[in-house]
Design a binder for this molecule. Structure first.
Ligand code: SF4
Length: 251
């Protein structure tokens, strides 16, 4: 579990500022772009001078990080060219950010052949990103660079389901909004303290084996962004690696 009390004071301040910024923008989720926005507001922090040294336009970066979204869930049989066209189209409409994810293999779905496995998901994302790179497209995603790197098969992330808790009319859903048969907690405290979190995630639960959904893995990507800001910055500036070996799945 993420231990916020283990973060440096500056990191805690940045997280607080990121949360406030997300609330002010009425954004339903706290995502790494909020955090990067907060980090570049820290005049005496480490991120701002690094970006300045790299020649980044801080004003433009801050404006872009303040900005919106479309949802895009991908299934088996998608044509990478079509998806790339959609992202270009979203850009042309001025949509500020697209949130994308492979469709979760929902066990109660009447058709199971529409879901991508993890390997096929990663291959599809690499193909899509290659097309974007070739076209010189500047797509805007409402997701962290490290999550995109994960989708491209470059990160062995384990799920962090408590990072995006779901509350609905039944209560706090265990462990995430995708698993519908695990029950509900009566309070957030009950959810956090009485969910057997180790039961969930890739390699731990057959229901999780093909999942690469943002609700579970974006939290892991955020934690990685905080612990390795320069790695995240590198992916943010230059994009994910699109060739070579893929990282193994987490165990
Ligand atoms: S891997 Fe995580 S997000 Fe995906 S279904 Fe399992 S617990 Fe939920």
């Amino acid at each position: 579990m993420i231990r916020f009390d283990k973060f440096t004071l500056k990191s805690q301040e940045a997280l607080q500022a990121a949360q406030t910024h997300a609330q002010e923008k009425s954004n339903p989720q706290l995502v790494p772009e909020h955090l990067l926005w907060a980090l570049i507001q820290q005049k005496d922090g480490v991120v701002l001078p690094v970006l300045q040294k790299l020649g980044a336009n801080i004003q433009v970066l801050a404006t872009e990080l303040s900005a919106a979204v479309a949802n895009c869930t991908l299934y088996a049989g998608e044509d990478p060219e079509d998806v790339a066209n959609f992202f270009d189209f979203a850009n042309s409409l001025g949509i500020e950010g697209v949130m994308m994810s492979p469709g979760y293999s929902y066990q109660h779905a009447p058709r199971q052949d529409v879901f991508l496995g993890r390997r096929k998901s990663k291959e599809l994302f690499r193909e899509i990103f290659k097309i974007g790179k070739k076209r010189g497209s500047k797509w805007h995603f409402n997701q962290s660079s490290m999550f995109i790197d994960f989708l491209a098969g470059n990160q062995s992330y384990q799920c962090t389901p408590w990072a995006n808790p779901t509350y609905n009319v039944f209560g706090w859903q265990k462990p995430c909004y995708l698993l519908v048969d695990e029950g509900y907690a009566t309070s957030f405290k009950d959810l956090i303290e009485n969910t057997d979190w180790d039961k969930y995630g890739v390699g731990r639960n057959p229901k999780c084996d093909n999942c690469m959904a943002h609700c579970g893995y974006e939290g892991t990507a955020v934690e990685h962004t905080i612990s390795s800001p320069l790695t995240a910055l590198n992916v943010f500036l230059f994009g994910p690696r699109l060739d070579g070996e893929m990282a193994p799945d987490s165990e």
